[in-house]
Design a protein around this ligand. Structure first.
Ligand SMILES: Cc1ncc(COP(=O)(O)O)c(C=O)c1O
Length: 364
C-alpha cells in the first residue's frame, strides 16, 4: 500500500534526480557485451582509482567494526595541506559533495528563504534546497550559455539565502570570472556556494576568497580528478564561523573509514593527479577540435556538444546503441534539446566518440 500523504507536501513537486546511465542498464537494454561499453555520461575518471588509494582502502578492511573519527579530522588535515587553508576552514563530507549540500541546506534554510540557481546546472542544488523548504529562483544563461551575472544580481532579494555558482559549470564547462564571483559576494546578504567539483581541470580556483569573505562556501569532491566517485568523498571550504555551526548539525561519521584513508592516499599520489589532469586536458582538446559539431570551450573533464539541427535525445540514443554512453542534457533546465555532454575518455575512447559523431552527422 502506498501512503504519499505521509511525506511532506513539497516532495510531490520535486523532480527526481536523473543520473547518467549505467553500463548494466545499457548492456541489458541493447544486448551489448558490458566489456564493449564506454561510459562517458557521468564525468567519472577514466584512469581508474589511484593504486595508492586502493591499497589504503583495502588495508582498512580489518577495522570495519570501528567507527571512523566523527569529523574525519585526519582527512581534513590532509585537505588542509592540499588547499593551503587551515583546518578551521575545512569540513570533509560524505556521501560526496552531495552530502555537504544536504547538511548545508539543512543548516541554512528557513521556510520562505530563496536560493538562486543560474541554469543550466547540476540538478541536486534544487533538490537539496527544495527538500529543506527553500523557494528556487532560476536564472537563464546568456545566448552562448554563459552565466548572466547581471540577471543573477537582479534576482537577489532580501529573502536570498544562497546563490549557487558551479564553476566550471556542469554541463557547460564554463568558469565564472573571479571578479563576477566577488561582485555576487558583495551584492547579497546571503551566502554564495561556489561548486568547484571540476576545478582541478581548470587553471584557477577561488579558495583564497575564503580568507576574504565571510559569506562564501566552496564545494569540492574526490569524485572527479581524484577518481574516487564510488567512495563518495567531498569537502567544503568555508569561513571558520560557518564550520562551527555546520559541525553542530552535520551527520556524524559521514565519511567512512575506507574513504578517509583512501582520500588521504589519493591526496598524496601527486603522479596520479598530474596524469589525471594532463590526460584530461589533452583529451578535451582532441574532442573539442574533432567532434564535427559546435563544442563549447570547457575547463572541466567533459565537453558540451550542440548537435543542432539534430536532437540530443536521438543522437545520444544512436551513440548508446554503439556502446558509447553520453549524457543527453534535455533534462537540465534551460538547456534546450540539442545539447550532449561527453566525458573526456582515454585516447582510444575519444577516437571512438569522434568517429561515432562523424558517422551520425553523415548519415543524417
Ligand atoms: C557540479 C557537480 N557538483 C557536485 C557533484 C557531486 O559530487 P559528489 O560525487 O562529490 O557527490 C557533481 C557530480 O557529478 C557535479 O557534477
Amino acid at each position: 500500500m502506498s501512503r504519499p500523504e505521509l511525506v511532506k507536501d513539497v516532495v510531490s513537486t520535486i523532480a527526481e534526480y536523473v543520473p547518467g546511465k549505467s553500463i548494466e542498464d545499457i548492456a541489458e537494454k541493447y544486448r551489448i557485451d558490458p566489456s564493449e561499453i564506454i561510459k562517458l555520461g557521468s564525468n567519472e575518471n577514466v584512469l581508474g582509482p589511484s593504486p595508492m588509494a586502493i591499497e589504503a582502502m583495502v588495508s582498512t578492511a580489518s577495522k570495519m567494526n570501528i567507527y571512523p573519527s566523527a569529523d574525519a579530522s585526519e582527512l581534513v588535515d590532509a585537505i588542509s595541506v592540499y588547499t593551503g587553508l587551515p583546518a578551521e576552514n575545512i569540513c570533509a563530507s560524505g556521501p560526496g559533495m552531495d552530502g555537504l549540500l544536504d547538511n548545508l541546506m539543512r543548516l541554512l534554510i528557513d521556510p520562505g528563504d530563496e536560493v538562486i540557481i543560474p541554469t543550466p546546472t547540476f540538478s541536486y542544488y534544487e533538490i537539496a534546497s527544495r527538500a529543506n523548504g527553500a523557494s528556487v529562483v532560476h536564472v537563464a544563461p546568456t545566448k552562448n550559455l554563459d552565466f548572466d551575472t547581471k540577471a543573477i544580481k537582479k534576482a537577489i532579494s532580501e529573502k536570498t539565502k544562497v546563490i549557487f555558482v558551479c564553476s566550471p559549470n556542469n554541463p557547460t564547462g564554463k568558469l565564472l570570472a573571479e571578479k563576477d564571483v566577488r561582485d555576487l559576494l558583495g551584492s547579497t546578504n546571503g551566502l554564495v556556494f561556489v561548486d568547484e567539483a571540476y576545478v582541478e581541470f581548470a587553471d584557477s580556483n577561488l579558495s583564497h576568497l575564503v580568507h576574504e569573505y565571510d559569506n562564501i562556501i566552496i564545494g569540492r569532491t574526490f569524485s572527479k580528478a581524484f577518481g574516487l566517485a564510488g567512495l563518495r568523498i567531498g569537502y567544503g571550504l568555508m569561513p571558520a564561523w560557518l564550520k562551527v555551526q555546520y559541525m553542530k548539525i552535520a551527520t556524524p561519521f559521514n565519511v567512512s573509514l575506507p574513504a578517509v584513508r583512501a582520500g588521504i592516499a589519493a591526496l598524496s599520489d601527486k603522479g596520479y593527479l598530474e596524469k589525471s589532469i594532463s590526460d584530461t586536458k589533452e583529451g578535451r582538446k582532441f574532442l573539442t577540435e574533432n567532434i564535427p559539431f559546435k563544442v563549447y570551450d570547457s575547463r572541466a573533464n567533459f565537453v558540451l556538444v550542440d548537435v543542432s539541427p539534430l536532437i540530443a535525445a536521438d543522437m545520444a540514443e544512436s551513440l548508446i546503441k554503439k556502446g558509447i554512453i553520453v549524457r543527453d542534457c534535455s533534462s537540465f533546465k534551460n538547456a534546450g534539446n540539442s545539447l550532449i555532454r561527453v566525458t573526456v575518455g582515454t585516447r582510444h575512447q575519444n577516437e571512438k566518440v569522434v568517429a561515432a559523431f562523424r558517422e551520425a552527422k553523415t548519415t543524417d
